[in-house]
Write a protein that binds this ligand. Structure first.
Ligand SMILES: *[C@@H]1O[C@H](CO)[C@@H](O)[C@H](O)[C@H]1NC(C)=O
Ligand SMILES: *[C@@H]1O[C@H](CO)[C@@H](O)[C@H](O)[C@H]1NC(C)=O
Ligand SMILES: *[C@@H]1O[C@H](CO)[C@@H](O)[C@H](O)[C@H]1NC(C)=O
Ligand SMILES: *[C@@H]1O[C@H](CO)[C@@H](O)[C@H](O)[C@H]1NC(C)=O
Ligand SMILES: *[C@@H]1O[C@H](CO)[C@@H](O)[C@H](O)[C@H]1NC(C)=O
Ligand SMILES: *[C@@H]1O[C@H](CO)[C@@H](O)[C@H](O)[C@H]1NC(C)=O
Ligand SMILES: CC(=O)N[C@H]1CO[C@H](CO)[C@@H](O)[C@@H]1O
Ligand SMILES: [Ca+2]
Ligand SMILES: [Ca+2]
Length: 604
């Protein structure tokens, strides 16, 4: 039943071309019909390349026990949803034992589950249910720091044996007139204020690149590497399929401990206590980071070699595209399967088609040959895609994201077009917001994108039976929810599901990706074409990035035939000529404000 829509399109499609029209029932089958010997020789994509990775932010996904916070049993109860979407892997933000100062990114036991989320048995159950449904499980892993409540930290504070230098300790630079210790240097933390915190007991400062409850582990100490690698091994033994390694550029610090200079390209209005005011030459992206990650990759590869199932390593590094490429490693020393490509987070509602083209193309300009790309349009640290692209362009955002030649990541709720919710200062819980106070919190708080997921139109959107959820829900859950979007004739969710189906095509596996801009700065296009040698479906995305209606003329674009079939289109499309399954002349494709289309044709 799922393929009814596709079937209609393909029927219309084949009727319009010179091929004989055999019967078939899906995009997958269409490809099989036209597969050639040549194709059979081509190596299929591996799971970590083919899949869309769905990011579950566990606090906000599904609450099973009515305490207002999501949990593992909640995720288990929703595994069917991943199957319906067609995603083959989920990445879960941290569920380890944690005092939750940074909502799980402050870990007090790297090999345990926090009781708020459940138990190790719940985790095993989840892992089993996912496996039964052929869905891979990727753990978020946070090597840079622990919680200050981790027993290692307490032992380090007390200079106990091997733990004495598990963290980065430093004497004060001196003492001020009041006798207060002076910080060792001007390093400023990601969440504002000094990177140094005084410890009375030890009479030294410790380093924290994030909040003070997240002391940095000391990676100059080999023993720390061993501890962290043992923790990753623990989860590999528990059956996880890979890691998404958090905040890797922060792992090492330059041992000269010199002051960091002001960032000459920074926001001129940024305050002295803000991270963005500095050029982090001594605390960010040091070359030794790659040495540590290469060891971690070697460990994963041992598991891969044991049964042939790739244990995937994805890394999160908020650095420029060019230095990011180092995280792929080399053939001799592989590191990540891919670093996350954050370029599309650069979209704004004011961006023009040229900007979008630049953001899409940039990765491929620098990616060394033989590697595989990734892409995302949002996560729990940023404004939602519907804010960055504008509410009307959420389908366009998902089209570019899911059809991009690489592993796509979806942050939960983007498939529904969930929006940022304004959060009052009183309700603000994110330390990134709390640390800068009521005047600046709206600029820094990550709460707006973290509100509970919308399942249906019942109380709390079916997320929880609690009277108060950990963050308030967005008011629009009554209309933007899974139930309503499944029932609607057209919806963001339906567009999203149809996009994922295209990932099963041969063009997905072997096709190229090229981009173009039309009508000055308004229309962006991205072609995913099959190679000449393989007669299979090709498709392309058209996005009207602007606010004005336009008519795109593609007759000058190489490879685009005179006619194409509408595969899917954005919700609220004004023009009746572009019904799904209908044929459009490519010299005049009408596009309303923020409208987007996916069109298909047979390559020749
Ligand atoms: C961490 O959790 C594990 C359970 O996997 C437990 O055996 C261990 O004792 C805990 N460690 C500490 C220091 O509490
Ligand atoms: C911290 O370490 C000290 C000294 O070893 C010990 O007496 C104390 O109980 C520890 N505190 C916690 C919370 O583990
Ligand atoms: C950091 O160091 C730079 C360069 O020495 C200096 O100009 C700046 O004032 C320092 N910032 C702070 C917060 O100490
Ligand atoms: C640390 O900083 C010093 C002084 O700028 C520099 O010479 C050295 O190469 C740096 N070391 C690393 C590992 O970045
Ligand atoms: C929720 O609120 C209602 C009405 O105020 C109250 O009767 C009920 O006990 C509350 N439930 C919980 C779980 O706090
Ligand atoms: C876009 O280009 C087509 C063909 O060149 C033209 O007919 C149409 O008016 C243009 N639209 C805008 C908004 O520039
Ligand atoms: C995108 C992402 O995962 N960001 C995380 C980076 O690391 C810090 C500290 O662990 C977290 O607060 C962010 O959420
Ligand atoms: Ca719960
Ligand atoms: Ca560090």
């Amino acid at each position: 039943m799922k393929f009814i829509g596709v079937l209609a399109i393909c029927a219309a499609f084949l009727a319009s071309c010179t091929f004989s029209a055999p019967s078939f029932s899906s995009i997958k089958q269409l490809n099989t019909l036209y597969s050639t010997e040549k194709q059979a020789e081509l190596e299929p994509l591996d799971w970590w390349q083919r899949t869309v990775v769905y990011q579950v932010y566990p606090r906000s996904f599904q609450d099973s026990d009515g305490d207002g916070t999501g949990d593992i049993q909640g995720i288990i109860s929703r595994v069917n949803y991943f199957v319906e979407l067609g995603v083959e892997a989920i990445w879960i933000s941290p569920i380890y034992e944690s005092p939750m100062v940074d909502f799980g990114y402050d870990i007090s036991n790297f090999t345990n589950i926090d009781p708020l989320f459940g138990t190790l048995d719940d985790f095993k159950e989840l892992s089993g249910v996912l496996r039964e449904n052929n869905i891979k499980l990727i753990m978020d892993f946070v090597p840079n720091h622990s919680s200050d409540l981790h027993p290692w930290f307490n032992a380090s504070v007390h200079r106990e044996g091997k733990y004495a230098d598990y963290y980065v300790w430093k004497d004060p630079k001196g003492f001020d007139e009041q006798g207060k210790p002076i910080v060792p240097n001007n390093w400023t933390s990601v969440f504002a204020g000094s990177m140094w915190e005084w410890n009375e007991q030890r009479q030294q400062f410790y380093l924290h690149q994030f909040v003070k409850e997240q002391p940095d582990l000391n990676y100059e100490n080999r023993q720390v590497w061993n501890e962290i690698l043992a923790a990753t091994k623990f989860w590999l033994d528990m059956g996880v399929d890979g890691f998404r390694v958090d905040a890797v550029p922060h792992i090492f610090e330059n041992q000269t401990f010199l002051d960091e200079p002001f960032n000459p390209w920074g926001n001129p209005d940024a305050k002295e206590d803000e991270y963005g005011s500095y050029d982090h030459i001594y605390t960010n992206n040091l070359p030794q980071v790659l040495d540590f990650l290469a060891e971690m990759r070697m460990l994963l590869d041992v598991y891969t070699a044991s049964d042939g199932v790739v244990r995937c390593m994805m890394v999160e590094a908020a650095v420029d595209t060019v230095p990011l490429m180092g995280y792929y490693g080399t053939e001799q020393r592989p590191i990540a399967h891919f670093p996350f490509n954050f370029n599309l987070l650069g979209m704004t509602p004011e961006s023009v088609a040229d900007d979008l083209k630049w953001l899409v193309d940039r990765w491929f300009e620098y990616m060394p040959e033989g590697n595989w790309a990734s892409v995302l349009i949002g996560n729990h640290d940023n404004r939602r895609a519907s804010t960055k692209w504008s509410v009307g362009a959420i389908d366009a955002a998902n089209m570019v994201n899911i059809l991009f030649k690489g592993t796509s990541v979806t942050y939960q709720g983007e498939e529904l077009g969930m929006e940022d919710r304004w959060i009052s200062w009183e309700d603000t819980v994110d330390p990134a917001g709390c640390n800068v106070g009521p005047d600046r919190y709206e600029q820094f708080s990550r709460d707006p994108a973290r509100t509970p997921f919308h399942w249906d139109d019942s109380r709390n959107a079916g997320f929880s039976t609690a009277n108060k959820t950990w963050l308030p829900l967005h008011e629009n859950y009554l209309v933007k929810n899974v139930m309503a979007e499944n029932a609607a004739e057209e919806s963001h969710l339906k567009v999203y599901k149809s996009l994922i189906e295209l990932r099963a095509t041969n063009v997905w596996k072997y096709g190229s990706q090229t981009t173009f801009v039309l009508n000055g700065t308004s229309v962006f296009g991205m072609i995913r074409a099959a190679p000449q040698s393989v007669d299979v479906v090709s498709f392309y995305v058209l996005v009207n990035v602007g606010e004005a209606s336009t008519v795109a003329d593609l007759s000058g674009i190489e490879g685009i035939p005179e006619a194409s079939i509408v595969y899917t289109r954005s919700v609220g499309f004004e023009n009746g000529d572009t019904m799904i399954g209908s044929e459009v002349r490519t010299n005049a494709v009408p596009l309303g404000p923020r409208n987007s289309l996916v069109l298909m044709y047979l390559s020749s």
